[in-house]
Design a protein around this ligand. Structure first.
Ligand code: UD1
Ligand code: MG
Length: 454
């Protein structure tokens, strides 16, 4: 027999309706930690270096499939046209698993907190058993399936709806996750029927069918918190709370300082280097990396951005996708940066929009400066060299380039390139009218007293 111990595939079930979300958005696309719920199951599975990833879609399939393609381009989606049960759902992955030999791990798209250790335990138990289910001791077993054990052997799983009172007394419950050889699992699933209280094809029938064929099944357990599935918006909010609590703790362990951690929100993939300080009320959307010893000041919002070491962002700054801050760069209050590189030590300190641009090292962008990047149809680039001084309230009308060491006069509207070292002034020349201010004022005052007299 071939040694398949190193190979695994994922089958992630994401076809269910999630009717209790009361939503037009498919359940697995509701965001948790800044990314769709299903991204968490995919991330958990990716810790096992799977050679194939199959996501079973059904309800809202098109939306789920396009989200999955963005989250993990290598994933294959398999449609389950009608949601006939978890067993039927896994069977839909059969074609996508064609030619794959090895173990398959079944995950749920709505169950985001499965740990790497748990998946490793699940796989390790495959050394001694054909089917390994993931179970947990439930505080309130409620409607979970119950695992029927004889010693370490799992002889069957009974759904709460189909259970006898004695079976309902069992506290060891089914999380729904399992690990089994792919071909074996598909063969067993072909034998699953739907003669039960729900009229569904239950994945949970697999262990009993396996036992009848002389195969063995067992269960490994994890903490109940890991198996938390999202069914309602209240559960989603609770999951967000748990997710953020855990991420904050990890950030502290990694050497990040937060003065009010309960007001700082991370995404699944946020990466922050040691000795970075995060002030209160900061939100990290997806795709943010911050190097060491940076400062993210209060009320800043970052997504799809990279912040270099020692950079200072905010307060009240917004970094949008494609913002790349060099080491020691400074983005101040009410500054928005999108698809722009800010060079080492460059400063954009006040009230600016910098989009589709690059700002060279040590350049200083004056207060109120705007890169006018959009002409209503196309976006254009602004390139500012190193050691440039852009005067306050400069409009940089893209496409435009400012050479190294150039300057602009404040209030300028810059529509032409500025060669290195030049000063560009683009505004109406000032004229002073001799004594006109005083004459105007006395005329206006006279007019006002005349009006009062009437
Ligand atoms: C299932 C298990 C139960 C376990 C519980 C844990 C079965 C029969 N029961 O019950 O033992 O305790 O999970 O939460 O497996 N799905 C599909 N297609 C379908 C049906 C479901 O993709 O046709 C997906 C759902 O989107 C969901 C997952 O499978 O992600 C579980 O389905 P759900 O209906 O929630 O199963 P439960 O009744 O909770
Ligand atoms: Mg469920």
């Amino acid at each position: 027999m071939q040694d398949n111990s190193g190979r695994c595939a994922l089958v992630i079930l994401a076809a269910g309706q999630g009717s209790r979300m009361n939503s037009d958005l498919p359940k697995v696309l509701h965001p948790l930690g800044g990314v769709p719920l299903v991204a968490h199951a995919i991330a958990a599975g990716l810790t096992q270096a799977p050679s194939r990833i199959v996501v079973v879609t059904g309800h809202g399939a098109e939306a789920v499939e396009s989200a999955v393609a963005e989250i993990e381009p290598a994933a294959i989606c398999a449609r389950q046209a009608e949601q006939l049960g978890t067993g039927h759902a896994v069977l839909q992955a059969k074609d996508a698993l064609e030619g794959f030999e090895g173990d398959v791990i079944v995950l749920y798209g709505d169950t985001p907190f499965i740990s790497e250790d748990t998946l490793e335990n699940l796989r390790a138990a495959r050394a001694t058993h054909d089917i390994v289910m993931l179970g947990f001791e439930a505080a309130d077993p409620g409607r979970y399936g119950r695992l029927i054990m004889e010693g370490e052997r799992l002889t069957g799983i009974v759904e709460a709806k189909d259970a006898t009172p004695e079976e309902l007394a069992i506290r060891l419950c089914n999380s729904g996750l399992l690990c089994a050889d792919a071909a074996t699992l598909m063969n067993l699933l072909a034998e699953v029927g739907n003669d039960n209280a729900s009229g569904e094809y239950y994945l949970t029938d697999v262990p009993a069918i396996a036992a009848a064929k002389g195969l063995t099944a067992t269960a490994v357990t994890c903490d109940e918190a890991e198996t938390l599935g999202i069914n309602t918006r209240a559960e989603l909010a609770e999951a967000e709370r748990l997710f953020q609590t855990r991420r904050r703790a990890e950030m502290f362990d990694n050497g990040v300082t937060m003065t009010a951690p309960e007001t700082v929100f991370f995404a699944l993939d946020t990466w922050i280097g040691g000795d970075t300080v995060i002030e209160p009320n900061v939100v990290f959307g997806p795709g943010v990396t911050v190097e060491n010893a940076a400062t993210i000041r209060a009320f800043s919002h970052l997504e799809g951005a990279h912040v270099g070491a020692g950079a200072i962002v905010g307060p009240y700054a917004r970094l949008r996708p494609g913002a790349e801050l060099g080491n020691g760069a400074r983005i101040g209050n009410f500054v928005e940066v999108k698809a722009a590189e800010i060079g080492e030590g460059a400063k954009v300190n006040h009230l600016s929009y910098i989009g589709d641009a690059s700002i060279g090292a040590r350049s200083n962008i004056g207060a109120g400066t705007i890169t006018c990047n959009y002409d209503g149809v196309f976006k254009h680039r602004t390139d500012v060299g190193a050691d440039v001084f852009v005067g306050s309230n400069t409009m940089l009308v893209a496409p435009v380039t400012l050479g190294d060491g150039a300057m602009t006069g404040s209030g300028s509207v810059i529509t032409r390139d500025v060669p290195p070292g030049d000063l560009a002034i683009g505004r109406a020349r000032q004229e002073n009218k001799d004594g006109l201010g005083a004459r105007m004022m006395s005329r206006l005052r006279a007019l006002k007293s005349k009006q009062k007299g009437h």
